[in-house]
Design a protein around this ligand. Structure first.
Ligand SMILES: [Zn+2]
Ligand SMILES: [Zn+2]
Ligand SMILES: [Zn+2]
Length: 272
């Protein structure tokens, strides 16, 4: 068994255990349904409050929030979910021990609604994210205009929806997804992120890899635009990363890991 086969074997046995440990009452459809109903509900409610918006209200709220969101997603994923020094230890453990054990780069897809528990953020997450934007939205609403405040809330809920959507598209297998511009870029980057030998160092953006390209955590040797429209090609991958992948296939599995069954960490709720 080489290192790569070992990773796959671990993921498969962890999956089996995780699905067995999923409570009988869990319904993936309800989990997804709640996430969609809540976020779309917020967008719909805020949109209904808007009156005679100006282009400035849209532009100067949506663009900064989109860029800040890209940074927050990159930084949160890198420093909170992949660093042992994280100040949210349970989230770090859940991400590395559940989401990343469950989905390896070779076992990225899912079968059946019970596996959605390892894929989607727990149901309280969309509520928390939207509430987190509330103080800023109230401030903007008071200092500028009610419209701008509602646009801020609407943008936050849309961002969460975009994040869950793109992350789910990264975990689905369908040939057309590899041909959709931007979506294929996100998919390719996320596959490498799920390789255990790269997860702590590469491809932390879960939506568009803007911050990965800016801060050198992308596996590609390209600028922001080149990275965004890279698609499925591995050609521009950094030499050190290419070498590491070759080594992974030649390296023998560690004997410790072979003797031990996959992680015995209790299958807590997973998050992306
Ligand atoms: Zn991760
Ligand atoms: Zn993932
Ligand atoms: Zn993930």
């Amino acid at each position: 068994m080489n290192r790569e086969e070992e990773i796959v074997a671990r993921s498969l046995s962890y999956r089996k255990q995780y699905v067995e440990d999923t409570p009988g009452w869990y319904r993936g459809e309800l989990h997804l349904g709640f996430t969609l109903a809540f976020t779309i509900g917020v967008v719909w409610y805020c949109a209904a409050q808007l009156q005679n918006t100006t282009w400035q209200e849209w532009l100067f709220v949506v663009i900064p929030m989109f860029l800040f969101g890209n940074w927050a997603e990159w930084a949160g994923h890198r420093y909170l979910l992949h660093s042992p020094k994280s100040w949210i230890k349970p989230a770090y453990k859940r991400h590395v021990a559940t989401h990343h054990q469950f989905f390896s780069h070779k076992t990225l897809d899912y079968n059946g609604h019970k596996e959605w528990r390892a894929l989607l953020f727990p149901p309280f997450a969309p509520v928390l994210f939207v509430l987190a934007a509330l103080p800023a939205a109230l401030l903007i609403g008071n200092l500028w205009s009610a419209n701008a405040g509602y646009i801020a809330m609407l943008t936050m809920a849309s961002y969460f929806l975009m994040y869950e959507g793109l992350h789910t598209l990264s975990h689905l297998e369908h040939p057309i997804l590899d041909r959709l511009p931007l979506v294929n870029t996100v998919r390719r980057m996320h596959v490498l992120h799920h390789n255990p030998d790269f997860m702590h160092t590469r491809n932390f953006n879960l939506t568009f890899p803007i911050c990965d390209a800016l801060f050198g955590t992308s596996d590609l040797d390209k600028g922001v635009l080149g990275t965004l429209f890279n698609g499925m090609s591995d050609e521009a991958r950094k030499a050190e990363d290419k070498a590491k992948l070759v080594a992974q296939q030649n390296e023998r599995a560690s004997t410790v890991a072979e003797a031990e069954p996959a992680s015995t960490v209790p299958a807590a709720q997973a998050r992306a």
